[in-house]
Design a binder for this molecule. Sequence first.
Ligand code: C2E
Ligand code: MG
Ligand code: MG
Ligand code: MG
Length: 280
Amino acid sequence: GAKEEGRGRYRLFEAGMNARIQARRTLELDLRRAIARQEFELYYQPQVDARTGAYDGAEALIRWHHPQRGLVSPADFIPLAEETGLIGVLGEWVLRTACAEALSWPKHLTVAVNLSPVQFRDARLAVTIRNILAETGLPGFRLEVEITEGSLLQDEQRTLAILRELRTLGIRISMDDFGTGYSSLSYLRRFPFDKIKIDQSFVRQTPDDKDSAAIVRAITMLGASLGMKTTAEGVETDAQSSFIAGEGCDQLQGYLISRPVPADKIAMLFSPENRIAQTA
Ligand code: C2E
Ligand code: MG
Ligand code: MG
Ligand code: MG
């Protein structure tokens, strides 16, 4: 009867849930081991000047080479690292590695590092970053931090204090995935951003979808009026690139220019011998 069926379904549901909890536990153990065994690597995706096509720098994107599962996407392990608090050590490793690796690039190029909202719960974050700059020797103006709305939803005074301290070190602050949150506009007024990154979801549908095109245009104008740079992320086609550049957006990032690549490959792309490719 219906009752029997319901019970059966519940058991199935329970089994599914147990499997998920088990998978999560396994992944958490793997993650702890991965930190100790250094199974992580940073890939870098170039960002170019939208007018000239010259390289401005690159965004660091973490990759996990799992011994059995192969490459695990950050979308699958960053949330777990945040829940378990492991993002603290992992985030520091990302910062230190990105700063150290960017040191070999030409001196005008910047490196952008993603920060998790959980990292902002630590009031000492700015001190940690200052120490990493000192240890690696990377000047503050060559580092950008990318933060999402999640970081701004927390204790506003603490977040503001951290961001102000970072700015005194010359570090630039970018708002990532702009336009997808709840009240992004008020954040632009309350926090000291240098750059707005237009979310891929808008970029993807330009220029054919008129609404997306209008949103990209509006964000670009907003950035210009507020004295902030704008970067379009997820640029995949020539049509997107020329439309967005034509709107006056400052920077482009996406598969059209390059997929994220390992450190040795980005150093090659950035090397002066490769200058011809940069302006092509
Ligand atoms: P994000 O910071 O918005 O990074 C952009 C994501 O879009 C990257 O995915 C990048 O590979 C992808 N992407 C770039 N261009 C294109 C394109 O043209 N087409 C498409 N379809 N995708 C493109 P990825 O590397 O998988 O990272 C996903 C997210 O994971 C990042 O989004 C960021 O929120 C997070 N993440 C990555 N590395 C770190 C890290 O070191 N620390 C923290 N806290 N989060 C990270
Ligand atoms: Mg980012
Ligand atoms: Mg983004
Ligand atoms: Mg994102």
